[in-house]
Design a binder for this molecule. Sequence first.
Ligand code: GLP
Length: 239
Amino acid sequence: MKVIVTENKIQGGAKAFEIFEKGIKDGAKTLGLATGSTPETLYQNWVKSDLNCENLTSINLDEYVGLTPDNPQSYHYFMQKHLFDKKPFKKTYVPDGMAKDVAAYCKQYDQIIKENPIDIQLLGIGRNGHIAFNEPGTPFDIGTHEVKLTKNTIKANSRFFDNEDEVPKSAICMGTANIMQSKKIVLMAFGEKKAHAVKEMIEGPITEDVPASILQKHPDVTVIVDKAAAQELDDKYKN
Ligand code: GLP
């Protein structure tokens, strides 16, 4: 894993954008995209750039079950607001949180990923080491699935809602197997609350208890962290 430590999340977002821009100029056509507060600085750089996205396809990692695309808390809404409204893509996919038959829909989403192999996958990380919504204990070999969110994740994500009770209890989420099939992965993490998860991901054993640890097995992962998120890492990673 290549680790890049930046001063802060502004610089981290700029660095991540450089990687995406280069990848796209080098021919990447399908991007795996992520939500959360972490990628915001990347998307800020993206929308103010002159990068043309009209030939790109995007596939998002996850969506809450039960939220309509026009719900401001939905990941659909987030993507429109932070990127797609300003940078139109050829085609964008975000899981349908309103799907009637969630299990069948998950199979459909796997098919979409199969037909559009992901060139560059963007990831954040949860405080417990989750990627997308693959919580600790999720098998490494599954594809898109419905996830029951853990109490910790509901609590962490409640900051975007009026109160904890409003946070959906489950989500549709790409599996670790989908993520590992992408050609290149860029993971961003900022702030001291992510420091322990970052250490476990990079230096800890590969275990389903820390879903992000599987990334140690991927041949092309770049981790962009600010100093606060890097604070528990071995000195050799602090450039
Ligand atoms: C959520 C998302 C993840 C995200 C994580 C961290 O649970 N499903 O994709 O990486 O939280 O979020 P944040 O970037 O807001 O810290």
